[in-house]
Structure formats: structure tokens, C-alpha cells
Design a protein around this ligand. Structure first.
Ligand SMILES: Nc1ncnc2c1ncn2[C@@H]1O[C@H](COP(=O)(O)OP(=O)(O)OP(=O)(O)O)[C@@H](O)[C@H]1O
Ligand SMILES: [Mg+2]
Length: 123
């Protein structure tokens, strides 16, 4: 199992949510966050401005953070689909971080590992 942490534009949340619902049936945890990416680009709209003295003025940008734990064979298709969905081509489209997950537990049933992951949306 892997955990994908997707940090991207807030306005992309609905599209990513629909992608998960329609194709991957994976659970997700969503948070509002602020962050900074690379700081090499002056005057982009994502993290670096110049102050009145011309110094780099680093500021935090609001983003959405979507966390999902999925089966290994879902990782590459998910990365591809999320990149396609979240892409605008401008600075600040976001990042995807991938981590190993050693176990999961569905508390209600005590299912473990992949069995504990969401595989369908149901009540
Ligand atoms: N190395 C990192 N560690 C943790 N969070 C990061 C890292 N890089 C980016 N982020 C988070 O992702 C958000 C979006 O990053 P962003 O898309 O600006 O990345 P970037 O590397 O600057 O790429 P780009 O050049 O396309 O802007 C940041 O606001 C921050 O919250
Ligand atoms: Mg950036």
C-alpha cells in the first residue's frame, strides 16, 4: 500500500474528488493548507514576490492537501490521472508525494491491510 499526498490548487479539488469516485473508489482525507514550493521564480503567482527593496518576499499560498492510501497497482495510474486533472502549466500546479504504508485497520470490522481500504462508496 502507498499513501499519496497531493498538494494542489483548491479549485482542482472537485475534479480530483470526482476522479476518485468514478475510477478509483479510494478514500481520502482533505485539508486546507498553506505552503511554499520552489523559490527560484521571481514574480510568479506562487510563492515569490519582490518587496519594495527588491528582496525576495516569500509568502505562503493556500492549497488543498488530499491524502489517499491505495493499493500498489493503483499508484501509477493515479499519478497520471491526477497530473492530467490538476495540470494548468503554470507555477503552483502542485506536487504528489508517495510513501509506503505498512498497515491499515478498518475499526468496525478489524479488517487489515488492503482489505481495510475503501473499495466502494457505500453507506
Ligand atoms: N518539498 C516540499 N515539501 C513539502 N511540501 C511541498 C514541497 N514542495 C511543494 N510543496 C507544497 O506543494 C505546494 C505546491 O507546490 P508548487 O506546485 O509551487 O511546487 P513547485 O516545486 O514550486 O513547482 P512549480 O515550479 O510548478 O511551482 C506548495 O505550496 C507546498 O504546500
Ligand atoms: Mg512553485
Amino acid at each position: 500500500m502507498k499513501r499519496l499526498i497531493i498538494v494542489t490548487r483548491k479549485e482542482k479539488l472537485d475534479d480530483i474528488k470526482n476522479l476518485f469516485r468514478d475510477k478509483y473508489f479510494c478514500g481520502m482525507t482533505v485539508s486546507d493548507v498553506v505552503g511554499i514550493g520552489n523559490q527560484s521564480d521571481y514574480m510568479d503567482d506562487e510563492g515569490v514576490r519582490l518587496d519594495k527593496k527588491g528582496n525576495i518576499d516569500v509568502h505562503l499560498i493556500s492549497k488543498v492537501r488530499i491524502e489517499t492510501v491505495v493499493m500498489d497497482d493503483q499508484v501509477e495510474p493515479l499519478i497520471e490521472d491526477v497530473c492530467e486533472t490538476a495540470y494548468t502549466g503554470r507555477y503552483g500546479d502542485g506536487k504528489i508525494f508517495v510513501e509506503d504504508v505498512i498497515d491499515a485497520v478498518r475499526i468496525r470490522t478489524r479488517e487489515r491491510g488492503e482489505d481495510a481500504l475503501s473499495t466502494a462508496y457505500r453507506h
